[in-house]
Design a binder for this molecule. Structure first.
Ligand code: MF3
Ligand code: CO
Ligand code: CO
Length: 273
């Protein structure tokens, strides 16, 4: 009997430094998951169930020689998390159809040749209200501001500092109960990437570190609650929440985004044109 877990590195408590082979692996895994989210763009519309979208994700991942990282993860049974409106994250796909005006985050993690690509975007279902549009735009801007702070010698706190600054300037709040994370051959590795941290704090960023930046912003208060299903995280005040996620690597001069959309469909905005 083969113990496959023996092939995986252990969590050491240290932040792993990867080499060129790691970058190559992450590029392929990241690209696949970005292509998967590109594929969904024409499929997210009123009347479609999130279960159907999850079926499309599962088939896409398997058809491309990859595995879903979430099926079987801590008892989770789906290839995606789909978080609609006031759901912050970890929404479970199901039989409820999407309706005009909804906003949805779709988060997919695949494993390709042992490397994890973890990526999420917001989708607008038909025409959405200005308030929802603004929340999505600000959340994307906050994620990119966090990523743009990444370079050797900067600190992890600079990422959360930049994210919080954008959120607060726009009178929105940053969810503190969920973080980004190191990833690579492991799905969730060191460190926790905190989205509400302060400039100049936390560990130093070094070339070869791989992690996600995945801020969740709320229109109302930052507080979260978990529904009785044990997964679904919602805003306590039931106001809208949005999230974007990229998997990135620290390079000698800055960062590389592994999950860039090949078609440039990274926000609902760019989709509409
Ligand atoms: N993809 C999520 C993340 O960004 C994790 C989902 S775990 C699941 O880390 F089990 F809920 F799918
Ligand atoms: Co993640
Ligand atoms: Co994710």
């Amino acid at each position: 009997m083969t113990d496959t877990t023996a092939l995986l590195p252990m969590r050491t408590g240290e932040i792993r430094i990867h080499d060129a082979e790691g970058f190559e692996g992450m590029r392929k895994a990241g690209r696949l998951v970005a292509e998967c989210l590109d594929m969904l763009v024409g499929e997210v519309k009123p009347g479609v169930t999130t279960r159907h979208l999850d079926d499309l994700v599962r088939e896409f991942v398997l058809d491309h020689g990859a595995q879903s990282a979430t099926i079987g993860y801590r008892g989770y049974r789906h290839a995606s998390c789909i978080s609609v409106n006031h759901v912050i994250c970890h929404g479970i796909p199901g039989g409820k159809p999407l309706k005009e005006g909804d906003i949805a985050n779709i988060d997919v993690t695949c494993i390709l040749d042992g490397w994890h690509g973890d990526h999420s975007r917001m989708y607008a279902v038909g025409e959405v209200k200005r308030k929802a549009e603004r929340l999505m735009d600000v959340t994307y801007e906050a994620m990119m501001a966090g990523i743009n702070a990444v370079k050797p010698g900067a600190r992890f706190g600079d990422i959360g500092g930049a994210i919080s600054e954008i959120a607060h300037l726009n009178r929105m709040s940053v969810v503190e109960d969920f973080c980004g994370h190191g990833l690579g051959r492991l799905f969730h590795d060191e460190p926790n990437v905190v989205h509400s941290s302060a400039y100049g704090t936390g560990p130093e960023l070094k070339p070869g570190m791989f992690f996600t930046v995945e801020p969740m912003l709320n229109i109302g208060r930052k507080d979260a609650a978990i529904l009785p299903d044990g997964w679904t995280a919602v805003t306590r005040d039931r106001q809208l929440s949005a999230q974007f996620e990229h998997s990135i690597g620290v390079t000698e001069t800055g960062f590389e985004i592994f999950t860039q959309s090949p078609k440039g469909l990274h926000t609902p905005h760019t989709v509409k044109q």
